[in-house]
Design a protein around this ligand. Structure first.
Ligand SMILES: *[C@@H]1O[C@H](CO)[C@@H](O)[C@H](O)[C@H]1NC(C)=O
Ligand SMILES: *[C@@H]1O[C@H](CO)[C@@H](O)[C@H](O)[C@H]1NC(C)=O
Ligand SMILES: *[C@@H]1O[C@H](CO)[C@@H](O)[C@H](O)[C@H]1NC(C)=O
Ligand SMILES: *[C@@H]1O[C@H](CO)[C@@H](O)[C@H](O)[C@H]1NC(C)=O
Ligand SMILES: *[C@@H]1O[C@H](CO)[C@@H](O)[C@H](O)[C@H]1NC(C)=O
Ligand SMILES: *[C@@H]1O[C@H](CO)[C@@H](O)[C@H](O)[C@H]1NC(C)=O
Length: 515
């Protein structure tokens, strides 16, 4: 999902643009600019063919349970935090009335697998709804057999059609009961419930699922919490205790992640032969000017984005700059936790959409809506010379910057020891398009980002797969269906009919033609 849209509605309009791009992406100058031009895209003739990728490279497409399944109150499912949120703030969600049914993937999964097959993908990135398999989040609350069966059927249907499931264990949504009972991820006692949930999944599906990710974009939830989505009141980092809570939420995510990986490795990996990682929101922060303070600000944002999650996993603790700037509001790991965290991933998932400039800002009350926490940096759409990162695409109003993806892959590769990487999300909206089926903007976007991925591979980055986001028009939080994000259009005026867009046929062609 494009988390950028979530925050959009919660910001006031004058900030909206910065908010959107604020979730863009990031790269400190690394001395290796690459001429990967979105403007330069004419047609696919200059884009690398499938055969030029390593033979085991995976091409796929993604989704998440809470954005497509529907059947919120059916099949024994419990409520998730987003059911509650949308219900209580329905007027602020475009298409809020569709949230409990969505595109009815729960009922139409067999048909949907046929559409995926038509695309020619190797793999389908899906997520499991915790509330569907454990309705109140705990083992004591019971396991929902119907929910368990649904994912068994979906996974079997995928495999039968030659498509590998690539499963996210938690993609934003989790059982409301856990939040109401003890504050959800604010409370460390969530760890053992999360671990129970993971064990159930490994035990039930691990014979067939060979790619697991513990969390999608762990940094997004703390941000949402601060801005009143996981929570009623929106407040700014520097004004409140919410910011400290945000650090606590991420801290508990990390401990959950490490506990799940430990469990998988001890009890399942050897026999099941799969791999487990986590998915980052990849933002490329480019210095606003060549002044040292802006270069430093961009690096701080990198540390507050990638380092926040990856340093504990690589080195057992948060980046030093975070310890220095956040002080005692940043929780400590115990010795045991540090040990458990170190090395706790087999691969990194990268969700990339766009890029943003970073400028030094010492006045905390001037930092933008998303605040960038305590990084003493502000993000801006224009740099000191008045340029943007990439041209603005007319429908999405995104600044499209495939170089940002290239740069971020190089950055992660150099900083985090040449890890195995999958591009787990990459895509673009096309709101206000007269004919959403003719999504040439999406073709150009995906093509140039696949091109950037190839350039990174050619320069030694260990990228193993690329997943376009998303397969079907999905409910993108406050923007509902207005962004028409899918490779497949879903027609709400015609019984939710799925219709391949131009991009779907283009992608299929890339994946299935031999020359
Ligand atoms: C594709 O990437 C190459 C670098 O590998 C770059 O020179 C070229 O301009 C890119 N083409 C497009 C259309 O993005
Ligand atoms: C595709 O674009 C190239 C320039 O990149 C151009 O030479 C070629 O004629 C184009 N092909 C088609 C079919 O439009
Ligand atoms: C879930 O249900 C069980 C059994 O009814 C109960 O003991 C437990 O407190 C519930 N948990 C939550 C988080 O509501
Ligand atoms: C955390 O959850 C436990 C129950 O598991 C509860 O006793 C405790 O009060 C909760 N702590 C907070 C800060 O809510
Ligand atoms: C910081 O910014 C706020 C809001 O613009 C302003 O009121 C305040 O005076 C600034 N503080 C300093 C020290 O510049
Ligand atoms: C789409 O159209 C609506 C209504 O005209 C407008 O408010 C919105 O800004 C447009 N969105 C984009 C991304 O152009």
């Amino acid at each position: 999902m494009a988390i950028l849209y979530i925050v959009f509605l919660h910001s006031n309009l004058s900030h909206a643009r910065d908010v959107i791009t604020g979730f863009g992406s990031a790269s400190v100058q690394i001395g290796r600019e690459y001429p990967i031009s979105f403007k330069g895209f004419q047609n696919s003739s200059s884009i690398p063919k499938r055969a030029s990728f390593p033979s085991n490279f995976i091409f796929g497409v993604g989704s998440s349970a809470m954005q497509i399944e529907g059947a919120a109150h059916e099949g024994g499912r419990g409520l998730g935090v987003w059911d509650d949120n949308v219900e209580r703030h329905r007027a602020t969600f475009v298409d809020g009335d569709k949230f409990s049914t969505l595109i009815e993937h729960y009922k139409r999964y067999k048909e949907d697998v046929q559409h995926l097959k038509h695309l020619g993908v190797d793999s389908y990135r899906m997520s499991i709804s915790w509330s569907r398999v454990m309705p109140n989040g705990t083992l004591r609350g019971g396991i929902n057999k119907e929910g368990i069966n649904f994912y068994n059927n979906l996974i079997n249907e995928l495999l039968k059609n030659g498509i590998e499931p690539f499963v996210t264990i938690m993609h934003f949504d989790y059982p409301l009961a856990l939040q109401q009972k003890f504050g959800g991820f604010l409370n460390r006692s969530i760890v053992h419930h999360y671990k129970d949930y993971c064990e159930l999944l490994f035990k039930t599906y691990g014979d067939r699922v060979k790619h697991w990710t513990t969390f999608n974009e762990p940094t997004a939830t703390p941000i949402l919490h601060m801005h009143g989505i996981d929570n009623d009141a929106a407040e700014r980092c520097q004004d409140t205790g919410k910011c400290s809570e945000a650090y606590t939420i991420l801290h508990n995510y990390l401990i959950c992640h490490a506990a799940a990986v430990k469990l998988y490795r001890q009890k399942f990996q050897a026999t099941q032969g799969g791999e487990i990682g986590l998915v980052l929101q990849a933002q490329n922060f480019v210095p606003y000017s060549s002044k040292e303070e802006d270069v430093d600000a961009a690096q701080r944002l990198m540390d507050f984005t990638y380092g926040w999650v990856l340093n504990p996993i690589y080195h057992g603790d948060y980046p030093q700059i975070m310890r220095k700037l956040v002080g005692n509001r940043l929780p400590e790991f115990t010795k045991k936790e540090k040990h458990m965290l170190k090395g706790s991933l087999d691969f990194i998932g990268v969700n990339y959409y766009m890029s943003i400039f970073a400028r030094h800002e010492s006045n905390r009350s001037k930092m933008y809506y998303i605040d960038n926490f305590d990084a003493l940096a502000a993000t801006t759409e224009f740099n000191a010379e008045g340029n943007t990162l990439g041209p603005m695409e007319q429908y999405s109003k995104f600044h499209v910057y495939p170089e940002g993806l290239y740069n971020i892959l190089i950055y992660i590769n150099e900083k985090y020891q040449n890890p195995k990487i999958y591009i787990t999300e990459n895509g673009i909206a096309s709101p206000n398009m007269t004919n959403p089926l003719k999504d040439e903007n999406r073709i150009a976007y995906i093509a140039t980002h696949i091109n950037a991925t190839k350039a990174a591979i050619d320069n030694g980055v260990n990228v193993r797969g690329y997943f376009a986001w998303p397969a079907f028009d999905t409910f993108e939080f406050h923007q509902g269906y207005s962004g028409h994000w899918g490779l497949y259009h879903v027609d709400f005026n015609d019984n939710l009919k799925r219709v391949p867009k131009a991009s779907a046929e283009w992608y299929k062609n890339l994946l299935t033609s031999n020359c």
